[in-house]
Design a protein around this ligand. Sequence first.
Ligand SMILES: [Zn+2]
Length: 273
Amino acid sequence: MTLRSVDAMHRTEMHSAETRICHFPGCDRPPVPTTGGGQRNEYCEDPQHTPLKAYRARKKLQDKAARQAAKQPQPVTRPVTQAAGDMASLFHRVAEMRDELLATFEEIGTRAAVVTDPAMITAEIEAIKRDAEIQIAEAEAARLAAERRALAAEQTRDEALAERDEATAAAEEAIAELDAREQQLTEMTADRDRIVHESRNALHQLREETGAEIQAREHAEAERDKARLGETAALQKLDDLHVQHEAKLHALLSGQQITGEALNGDSPKDDGR
Ligand SMILES: [Zn+2]
């Protein structure tokens, strides 16, 4: 019995079954139908049920069985039969290993098809380029936004500084104006005080002058009255004297007449007559 014949026997057994099942150990679901006319699909839709994983699962079961068999060594009574049985199981393992290799190559093939597909390579390169371009554009946008923010902050700071300068200038101007007003007020107060003082002085002087004038007038009036009085007295005196003279003359004339009568009217005073 050759390796090929064992494999053929194994395949015949599998294919003869009415309903095909998944090759994964312990799985009884139907394999996924083959499409595109390639190699037959032997496994169900479970993603864990792949040729490689099935091989490992089988290997694990076989190792376990082998260990159990080794634990209970049986006396060899029929060496030929025993050796033939061993050979059959070894050929079975070889067939399985071949299936395993074929499955692995199949998987390599599907991946190689992807890796070597020019359209897919181009598409992936384009996608990578697009991603890179998007990242570059995003970085550029972020940089521009940061620059804008920095510029805005700078502008805000400049505006704040300008406003501060303006406020300082306005405050200085207001202080200067206040000083000027204060100076003006001081001058006005001094002027007012001076005017009040001068007015008082003028009033005082006026009063004094008026008083002196009144006094002088009164004095003059008194002098005038006195003079009038003197004049009246003098006139009176003159009148009195006149009267006296008249009286004397009269008396004299009367006496002369008497004397003249006595002395024949001889009188030196009448020489001029
Ligand atoms: Zn399965």
